[in-house]
Design a binder for this molecule. Structure first.
Ligand SMILES: [Cu+2]
Length: 499
């Protein structure tokens, strides 16, 4: 069975009832900030901060809901405030924020504030000791909004084999921390979350293109692992925000406009590549952090957990599809129509962008053509990642330095010290590695040096190597993991402690 057959199979299982009664959560609201103007309302029901001292600034209600991906394609999931993505939480840098979370489900939940510098007991993970939001209970998360940039929030609950929990649900949303220094050189601001739906287990690797054999693979073993691959997660349905390609409102633009796109991969499993024929994405920030050297690219690769902020200049009038490069993924929903004003021909066109490789290092800081130097680290920590193909239950299991989570005292930070982490990916998959509560700076990727790129999630390619620097300045338990939910659940995580 090929992937297209899977797509058909998946569609057949979708419940089709009730579509007529559902209001699309996005109703005509993708055209956002016109400059000058009020703050944007990309999620329809943006919650504005409340000035009162005692009331929460935001309230998130976790409850079962239906999401209408397209007419006759209605899924049952769990979401925040009955919308997918959840409400845009917009705040100012340095603002004290209280988020009241009400859990209307039967299971404990955790809300993680991805990319924020928050204490362990607020960060929203069981491993770091954050108390859960109890079933049919509530819990208030209070923190200072920091650092500025494109952040997001999502469920951090363990799912294991229950594909209706954690990142497999609709529990995710954008969280924007506005800096006072935002020059705002754009005409519209849009929020685009990439999503997979209806996950299922398969031995077919749903991953993006296979590694290019010409890629450096510094961690490739001399003798390949002969064990057959175990079960991984795939998906038959895709969307951008809550709509499959063609089912939602188009992104309406005018010639000459500059559109600021906030891209988020809120998917549980897959890396996605997005293109828009004839247009360039000027990448200005990665994971919400401004890059030293913004560069135009013709495609964006974005892994689960990552964000890319890019400005697209609208200079090729027509009706286009902004979408996933893989035909099956785009046709199964991952795309949005971009419509210039006054077009006679409304049929959207997809043409693949010129094929280029996504490379973080081109956005780095250079001095006389060379990457800026890094201060020497106080300590280097090697982290080796391995796969146990088809382990217990036929699921792949994952090892960090030879063992599955938990690790007792392997990873210890001392306050104020500078660490260099060397990620050795000895597996045939790419992994988006996420460090909680800290930012790190990319130092090297497969032997290619770079500087000045601050991220919280980095993709280490198959059999590849990445080096990052981090200053231990956020005391408290700190979770590190692969952002692919199944990998995290089956061993691919580690807890850093402060001495
Ligand atoms: Cu992984």
């Amino acid at each position: 069975m090929n992937r297209r057959d899977f797509a058909r199979l998946g569609c057949a299982t979708v419940i089709g009832a009730g579509a007529g009664n559902l209001r699309p959560a996005f109703a005509q609201s993708l055209a956002l900030r016109q400059v000058p103007g009020p703050p944007p309302h990309p999620m329809g029901a943006t919650l504005e901060p409340n000035a009162s001292g005692l009331a929460a600034d935001f309230t998130l209600r976790i409850a079962p809901m239906l999401v209408e991906l397209a007419p006759q394609v209605v899924l049952s999931t769990i979401g925040y405030n009955n919308q997918v993505p959840g409400p845009l939480l917009r705040m100012r840098e340095g603002q004290h924020v209280a988020v009241e979370v009400v859990n209307e489900t039967d299971v404990p939940e955790f809300v993680h504030w991805h990319g924020l510098f928050v204490p362990s007991d607020v960060d929203g993970t069981e491993e770091e000791g954050t108390p859960p939001v109890p079933p049919h209970g509530r819990r208030r998360y209070q923190f200072v909004a920091n650092p500025a940039g494109s952040r997001w929030y999502h469920s951090h609950t363990e799912a294991m084999l229950d594909l209706h929990r954690g990142a497999y649900t609709g529990q995710f949303g954008f969280l924007m921390i506005d800096s006072a220094n935002d020059p705002g050189l754009y005409d519209q601001e849009v929020f685009l979350a990439l999503r997979e739906w209806q996950p299922f287990l398969t031995t077919i690797d749903p991953d993006e293109e296979r590694p290019d054999p010409s890629d450096p693979m510094p961690e490739k073993p001399a003798i390949p692992d002969p064990r057959p691959n175990g079960l991984e997660i795939s998906a038959p349905l895709y969307s951008i925000n809550d709509k499959m390609l063609g089912a939602g409102e188009p992104l309406r633009v005018r010639s000459g406009q500059r559109i600021l796109m906030h891209l988020l991969n809120a998917s549980p499993s897959q890396i996605h590549r997005i293109g828009l024929f004839g247009h360039h994405f000027l990448v200005i920030a990665l994971d919400g952090n401004p890059v030293p050297t913004p560069q135009p690219v013709n495609l964006i690769e974005i892994a689960p957990g990552e964000r890319v902020d890019a400005i697209v200049e609208m200079n090729l009038p027509g009706v286009w599809i902004l979408g996933e490069l893989r035909d099956v993924t785009r046709r199964s929903g991952m795309g949005i129509v971009v419509e210039y004003a006054n077009q006679a021909q409304p049929r959207p066109q997809w043409l693949p962008p010129a094929k280029t490789r996504w490379d973080y290092t081109i956005f780095g800081k250079t001095i006389f053509g060379k990457p800026a130097p890094h201060p020497p680290p106080d300590q280097t920590i090697d982290m080796v990642f391995e796969k146990v193909p088809g382990g217990p239950n036929g699921i792949n299991h994952w090892l960090v330095n030879g063992k599955e989570y938990p690790h007792e005292r392997e990873f210890v930070f001392r306050q104020g010290r500078r660490y260099r982490l060397l990620f050795h990916n000895r597996t045939d998959d790419s992994h988006p590695l996420h460090m909680h509560r800290h930012l790190f700076e990319l130092v090297e990727l497969n032997g290619k040096p770079t500087a000045g790129i601050k991220k919280d999630t980095v993709v280490v390619p198959a059999f590849g190597r990445a080096t990052v620097d981090l200053v231990a300045d956020q005391p408290g338990l700190t979770l590190f993991h692969c952002h692919i939910q199944q990998h995290m659940d089956f061993g691919f995580k580690a807890l850093f402690r402060y001495a």
